[in-house]
Design a protein around this ligand. Structure first.
Ligand code: N01
Length: 519
C-alpha cells in the first residue's frame, strides 16, 4: 500500500468502519483505516470478558443502513457484535483499506503542505517491547532506545479519529498494588487461560463491566471479594432470546425490524426529559431500581450495602438480572471499607483487615478524560492536543478542534450518551465529516479549521445546558473532570445533534484554498 492517502482513519470500531463505508459509498477510495489490534471491531474486539454484552438493545445498537435481522438476543453479546462488525467490513469491501497490527504513534499537522504526517509502527512488536520494559499504555517512549521497533510515516490530507472515548484502561492508585504477588488483570485484558476454580478472587470496581463479569467469575471461584466504592443504580434487563420466527419476519419484512428499532429509539429518547428537564421523572426509575434490590436480595445488610445514595441517572444506569443474585451467593462478599494497601498476596482494607487473594481483577474503567494520549496529536505550531485541552477536552460539534485543521473526531468531546445508542451519534458525525470532505473537494479547499470563537460559543451553550442536568450536579462521575467540567456527555435529544451535524457549516471554519509553497 502506498505511503500516502487522502484520508487516514484511526480505529475499526463502529466509528472507523462506519466512516469507511460511507466514504466508499460517496466514491472515495484513497483512504486507509489503521488498527492497532489484530482484528476489526474496536471496543467489541478488545473487551471479551465473560458476560460482556451491550446494554443497548441490539436492534438500535447497529448501523441504520445495515440493520441486522439475525441478532439472537434483545441485547447482543460481545462475540455477536464483533462478528457483525467484521461482516460489515467484509460486505462493504473495507478490508483492503484496513491495516491491522498498525499502531498510530503520532500525527502531526504540516503547515506548509496543510496535510498530516502520520507515524505508525508494528503493534505486536511495540507491545512486546513495552512489556519487556515494564511500560503501560500511554507511557512515554524513549525514542533513542535502539530496541524500539521501527516507525514509518505516511502523508494524509485528512485524519479522522475513530479511537473511541474509552480505550485506555484506568488502574487504581493503591499503595503496593504493583508488588502484588498473585495474578492480576484489567477487565479489558482478560486472561481466558486463567482458571478461577478453587481460587480466591478480588474484584475492584462495580461499574458496567464488573456487573457483567462478576456473576460469571462467581460461578467458578472458590471465593470472590467485591471491593465496592460506590454502588451503581441497577434496573432489570429486559433481555430475551429473539425467536427464529421473529428473525424470519425481520428478514422477510425489513420494515418490521425498522419499526421495532424506531420504537426502541423513541422510548430511550423519552428518558432525556428526566435527565435534563424534570429530575422528578427519574424518581420512577429509582423506585424501579429499589424494587429490583428488594426482589433479588433477601439479606437486609447486603441490601443496604448495594443501595446507592446519589441521584439516579447521574452515573450510567446499569441493567442486570444476574448481578444481585451473584452477590447473594455464599462464596461472595461485598466489601465497602475501601483498600488501604496491597501487601504480598494480601489486600488490606482501611480498617487494617487483611484478606488473602490469588487474583485481582480491575473493573476500574477507563481514562475517559484523556480520549487521546498525550504526545499523539500535534496541530498548528506543533501544539499537543492535550495542551489545547488543559482545561478539559472540547470540540466544535464533538468533531473539530481549533488549531487542528483537517482533523476530525468521531465520538469526540460531549458526544457521549447516558441514555441511548452511540451508533446514532457516530452516524451523525460521519455525515458531518463526509459533507466536510465533499465541500473541500467541491471548493478546492486544502484545509478547514474551525474558528476559535465558534468552538467557544458552541461549548458555552453545551455547558449551559449541562449545568441544570443530573449528569452535572448529581454526583461525582467519570463524565465530569477534576475541574467540574463535563467533557463527555451530549445534553439533549440525539435528534437535536443529528440536526446540527446534517451539513458541514463552512462559515464557522477558516477554509484555505491551497497549500503554501513548500521549502
Ligand atoms: O468502568 P466504570 P466500566 N478504588 O468507570 C471503581 C462502557 N461500557 O469499565 O463509582 C475502588 O463505569 C469505580 O468506583 P466509583 C460504559 O459507558 C459499556 O465498568 O468511581 N474502586 C467504579 O465502580 C461504562 O460507563 C458497556 O466510586 C474504584 C468502577 O471502578 C464504561 O464503559 C459495557 C477505583 C469503574 O466503573 C466504563 O465501564 C461495559 C479505586 N481506586 C462498559 N477506581 C455496554 O454495555 C475506580 N473504581 C455498552
Amino acid at each position: 500500500m502506498s505511503q500516502t492517502a487522502k484520508i487516514a482513519i484511526i480505529g475499526t470500531g463502529f466509528s472507523g468502519l462506519g466512516m469507511g463505508i460511507k466514504l466508499k459509498e460517496a466514491g472515495y477510495d484513497n483512504f486507509v483505516i489503521l488498527e492497532q489490534s489484530d482484528d476489526v471491531g474496536g471496543t467489541w474486539h478488545e473487551n471479551h470478558y465473560p458476560g460482556c454484552a451491550c446494554d443497548v438493545q441490539s436492534a438500535l445498537y447497529s448501523f441504520s443502513f445495515e440493520q441486522n435481522p439475525n441478532w439472537t438476543r434483545m441485547f447482543a453479546q460481545q462475540k455477536e457484535i464483533q462478528a457483525y462488525l467484521r461482516s460489515c467490513a467484509e460486505k462493504y469491501d473495507l478490508m483492503k483499506h484496513v491495516r491491522l497490527n498498525t499502531h498510530v504513534a503520532g500525527a502531526r499537522f504540516d503547515e506548509k503542505t496543510q496535510s498530516w504526517t502520520v507515524e505508525t509502527c508494528d503493534s505486536p512488536k511495540l507491545w512486546a517491547y513495552m512489556q519487556d520494559k515494564g511500560l503501560n499504555p500511554g507511557d512515554k517512549l524513549n525514542r533513542k532506545d535502539k530496541g524500539l521497533p521501527k516507525f514509518s510515516t505516511f502523508k494524509a490530507d485528512v485524519v479522522v479519529s475513530g479511537m473511541g472515548g474509552l480505550s485506555t484502561p484506568a488502574y487504581p492508585n493503591i499503595k503496593g498494588i504493583d508488588t502484588f504477588t498473585g495474578k492480576s488483570f484489567h477487565s479489558q485484558d482478560w486472561d481466558h487461560d486463567y482458571d478461577f476454580k478453587g481460587k480466591r478472587v478480588a474484584v475492584i470496581g462495580t461499574g458496567a463491566s464488573a456487573i457483567q463479569f462478576v456473576p460469571e467469575v462467581a460461578k467458578d471461584a472458590a471465593h470472590l471479594d467485591l471491593y465496592q466504592r460506590t454502588p451503581p443504580w441497577i434496573v432489570p434487563k429486559p433481555d430475551r432470546e429473539i425467536r427464529s420466527l421473529e428473525r424470519m419476519m425481520f428478514r422477510k419484512f425489513p420494515q418490521t425490524l425498522n419499526a421495532f428499532r424506531q420504537s426502541i429509539y423513541w422510548m430511550l429518547e423519552a428518558r432525556v426529559l428526566g435527565f435534563v428537564g424534570n429530575p422528578r421523572i427519574l424518581k420512577i426509575g429509582e423506585l424501579q431500581a429499589r424494587r429490583h434490590i428488594r426482589n433479588q436480595i433477601k439479606d437486609k445488610e447486603l441490601r443496604r450495602k448495594v443501595t446507592p445514595d446519589f441521584h439516579f441517572g447521574c452515573k450510567r444506569v446499569l441493567i442486570s438480572n444476574n448481578y444481585y443474585p451473584a452477590l447473594a451467593q455464599d462464596n461472595v462478599d461485598v466489601l465497602t471499607d475501601g483498600i488501604r494497601e496491597v501487601r504480598g498476596n494480601m489486600i488490606v482494607d482501611n480498617n487494617g483487615h487483611e484478606r488473602e487473594v490469588d487474583c485481582i481483577i480491575y473493573g476500574t474503567g477507563f481514562k475517559a478524560q484523556d480520549p487521546i494520549p498525550a504526545g499523539m496529536v500535534h496541530g498548528r505550531g506543533g501544539q499537543d492536543l492535550l495542551d489545547a485541552w488543559k482545561g478539559g477536552a472540547e470540540a466544535y460539534k464533538g468533531s473539530a478542534i481549533a488549531g487542528f485543521p483537517n482533523f476530525f473526531m468521531l465520538m469526540g468531546p460531549n458526544t457521549g450518551l447516558g441514555h441511548s445508542s452511540m451508533v446514532y451519534m457516530i452516524e451523525s458525525q460521519i455525515q458531518y465529516v463526509l459533507d466536510a470532505l465533499k465541500k473541500m473537494d467541491k471548493h478546492g479547499w486544502k484545509s478547514v479549521e474551525v474558528k476559535e470563537d465558534a468552538q467557544s460559543q458552541y461549548n458555552a451553550s453545551i455547558h449551559a445546558k449541562l449545568g441544570d442536568s443530573v449528569w452535572q450536579t448529581g454526583c461525582k462521575s467519570w463524565y465530569v473532570n477534576e475541574n467540574g467540567k463535563n467533557t463527555t456527555l451530549w445534553p439533549g435529544f440525539t435528534w437535536q445533534f443529528r440536526q446540527q451535524t446534517k451539513r458541514f457549516d463552512a462559515g464557522q471554519y477558516v477554509c484555505e484554498p491551497e497549500a503554501v509553497e513548500a521549502g
